[in-house]
Design a protein around this ligand. Structure first.
Ligand code: SAM
Length: 222
């Protein structure tokens, strides 16, 4: 059995009782970064063996994990933060499980996109999650496509690219489009900045340096 176990996006207390039980009971935890996850596992007294599983080794590592699950071992997949498979490794392994008829048990839990969306005060009845925009090739095409999207759009972004992305959104969507940026969710310096794209951009342009992880939420076209 493969368990997909979401882990905190900042605050180490944001983990469910069931997630902790599963992490203690499985035979192996496949972690995006064993050192980073080690901190979380130590904090919660989980001493299950770990192995690394990330975007650079998932192709070689998947057959090994599948072989273990085929002989009856249970494995939990966790990423550095949030839900595995959401802009993080997971899809390659779940597809292999499906091909091999191995059960997948998904646990609900932390992810950055939902709190950013619900706190944005933008319509949350229908939304589209776009993950990270392409960095170069395909970026303009994606932005052009999204400019006519009627649902609320949720994007992930690194802090050092935030202003550039807000500039691109202003260029394609216009400066008046309502938006929000949720930064450092669940952490000490959590902030949610709401306004038009232009206002949000001006706020972050006024900060000495944008730090921490960000989710950008933009209202769809009306
Ligand atoms: N698997 C994760 C999830 O379920 O949200 C996403 C992993 S992705 C590699 C990392 C991105 O998620 C960051 O660049 C940022 O856009 C977003 N993110 C993760 N933690 C966050 C936080 N505490 N506050 C705001 N955004 C966060």
């Amino acid at each position: 059995m493969l368990y997909l176990v979401p882990t905190p996006i900042g605050n180490l207390d944001d983990i469910t009782l069931r997630a902790l039980r599963v992490l203690r009971e499985v035979d192996l935890i496949a972690c995006e970064d064993t050192r980073r996850s080690g901190h979380l596992l130590d904090h919660h007294d989980v001493d299950t063996p770990t192995t690394s599983y990330h975007e650079h080794n998932e192709r070689e590592k998947t057959p090994e994990l599948i072989a273990r699950m085929r002989v009856g071992h249970d494995i939990a997949l966790i990423s550095d933060a949030g839900s595995p498979g959401i802009s993080d490794p997971g899809f390659y392994l779940t597809r292999a499980c499906r091909e091999e008829d191995i059960d997948i048990c998904p646990l609900p839990g932390p992810t950055a996109l939902i709190p950013a969306l619900t706190a944005s005060a933008l319509p949350s009845d229908r939304f589209v999650f776009e993950g990270f925009l392409p960095k170069k090739q395909g970026r303009q095409t994606r932005l052009t496509e999204l400019s006519t999207e009627p649902r609320t759009i949720v994007l992930y972004e690194a802090p050092y690219r935030l202003l550039r992305t807000l500039d691109d959104l202003i260029e394609h969507f216009g400066p008046e489009r309502p938006a929000a940026v949720a930064r450092e969710l669940t952490k000490k310096y959590e902030e949610i900045e709401r306004g038009t794209l232009e206002e949000v951009r001006a706020y972050f342009a006024g900060c000495t340096k944008v730090r921490g992880e960000c989710v950008v939420v933009v209202q769809g076209v009306s």
